[in-house]
Write a protein that binds this ligand. Structure first.
Ligand code: PLP
Length: 259
């Protein structure tokens, strides 16, 4: 059996993003999924209504209990709400063997603009979490925040992506959903382009979906990262096209079906 995959993420009780979605994706790819909640939110198809961090000491202990007992295959980092949770996550990541693959999806705001990371945590996130990312998956606004560059076109985007590669030492996938639709994968000095058209459907949890699917593919396949990104993007695109209007609000939900 393959080693378990662990998600450290916020709980969206509607199951459209965060920890619940990550676990569904791990399971759909034949992985045993584990998760420690970083925050409890309240949300539905209309957007996020509230959010509060979990208790720091319980989070630390929760991570320790997993670390001392299991050999993990990979970890996906999602929402880290405050500096205490960022610090405990960093210590946990630093204690893991280098072979554990770490995907970091920076979660700063929800699609509807609700803040999901307190401002004071951002610096610590950059200093302590980014260096351990084997794969970082920012969208355009997050690339601007993390690189400190304002991105108006492809030239600045390329600069921003290369700057983030230097901060992580791993690969960086800059997602183009907030821009012109093309995704850019940076690995070392190389860049792969994934052209795409923007989809009109307002689906919830697309960032979580892509990052946890990439971790699942990385743990179950020997193919190269650019091929895995192509596969994950195709799966996400199909899921967005078939997304479900589960509630009364505008946000549509992604169903998880073998990716
Ligand atoms: N809630 C949680 C727990 C999340 O992790 C995220 C995004 O990563 C969101 C809400 C926001 O999702 P969206 O912006 O797709 O609505």
């Amino acid at each position: 059996m393959r080693p378990p995959a662990l998600s450290l993420a916020g709980v969206d009780p509607s199951g459209g993003a965060g920890l619940l979605l990550d676990i569904k994706i791990f399971q759909s790819r034949g992985l045993y999924g584990m998760g420690v909640a970083t925050a409890l939110t309240g949300q539905n198809s209309r957007g996020v209504s509230f959010s509060r961090p979990v208790e720091r000491e319980e989070y630390r202990r929760g991570l320790e209990l997993l670390r001392e007992d299991f050999s993990l295959g990979g970890v996906k980092i999602g929402m880290l709400p405050d500096a205490g949770i960022v610090e405990e996550t960093a210590r946990f990541l630093e204690s893991l063997p280098r072979s554990v693959f770490v995907v970091v999806d920076p979660v700063i705001r929800s699609g509807t603009g609700f803040p999901l990371m307190e401002e004071g945590a951002l610096h610590l996130f950059q200093e302590r979490i980014l260096p351990r990312a084997d794969l970082l998956t920012p969208n355009l606004p997050e690339t601007e925040i993390l690189s400190g560059l304002s991105i108006g076109g492809e030239l600045e985007l390329l600069k921003g992506g290369h700057a983030l590669v230097r901060k992580t030492g791993g690969a960086v996938l800059v997602k183009g959903g907030h821009g012109w639709g093309t995704d850019y994968l940076f690995q070392g000095d190389r860049v792969w382009l994934f052209p795409g058209r923007l989809l009109k459907k307002d689906a919830h949890g697309t960032g979580c979906y892509l990052s946890s699917l990439l971790l699942a593919l990385r743990l179950t396949s020997r193919r190269s990262l650019p091929l895995l990104v192509g596969e994950a993007k195709a799966c996400l695109r199909e899921r967005i096209q078939k997304s479900l209007p589960l509630g009364k609000g505008d946000k549509r939900y992604l169903e998880v079906k073998n990716g």
